[in-house]
Design a protein around this ligand. Structure first.
Ligand code: 5GP
Length: 185
């Protein structure tokens, strides 16, 4: 669906990125990834459920073979702020030891989820672990986490669309928009 299908909700404050802008940026990131991983196999690890769209489009933008696997973790108890408590809901099916792992994320906010995930994956003995995220919020820039591929740095607002939800809605919105604060406050 696109913007006109959610207009009745009166909740999308502003479109931050159109589908075309997202795809163009992912294509640029894919070119960087192809360069950096030349001659090496890549295991893309998508973080469910938000990263589904990013994973699908980033993987298809890569003009080379990749493997894909998925993890589901829960970091949000409720509401819109990270709880810092991470639980594995679905683990990888792939043995990552000796593999070049590229984590594919939708958004990094506090970075709590990701730093937990990196520590967890590193403990399994991979050759490397890097991160690609479509969106990054200001707090994440200040953390120690070294994010190799960033689509867009965005302001500190709650965003939905392109895989990102609010109460499981808006994931299938083609664009990314900010949600009006009255909806979640
Ligand atoms: P962190 O642990 O970095 O604070 O949070 C990461 C997770 O929180 C993301 O994978 C995503 O599920 C959720 N999240 C963080 N910011 C937003 C946002 O602006 N919109 C939505 N829909 N989810 C967010």
């Amino acid at each position: 669906m696109d913007q006109r299908h959610v207009e009745g909700d009166l909740v999308l404050d502003e479109t931050l990125f159109t589908e075309e802008e997202i795809l163009a940026r992912l294509k640029e990131l894919a070119a960087e990834i192809e360069r950096d991983y030349a001659g090496r196999d890549i295991l893309l690890v998508g973080v469910l459920r938000g990263a589904v769209m990013v994973m699908a489009d980033l993987a298809r933008s890569l003009d080379r073979h990749v493997e894909m696997d998925w993890m589901a973790v829960s970091s949000y108890g409720s509401g819109t702020k990270s709880s810092g408590v991470v639980r594995i809901l679905k683990d990888l099916d792939t043995d990552v030891s000796g593999r070049d792992v590229l984590i594919v994320e939708d958004i990094i906010d506090t970075g709590l989820t990701l730093s937990w995930l990196i520590t967890n994956l590193r403990s399994r003995g991979p050759a490397s672990v890097e991160i690609a995220t479509l969106l990054r919020k200001p707090d994440a820039v200040q953390t120690e986490i070294d994010v190799k591929y960033v689509g867009f740095d965005i302001p500190n607002a709650f965003v939905v669309g392109y895989g990102l939800d609010f109460s499981e809605k808006y994931r299938n919105l083609r664009c990314i928009g900010t949600l009006a604060p009255h909806v979640y406050s």
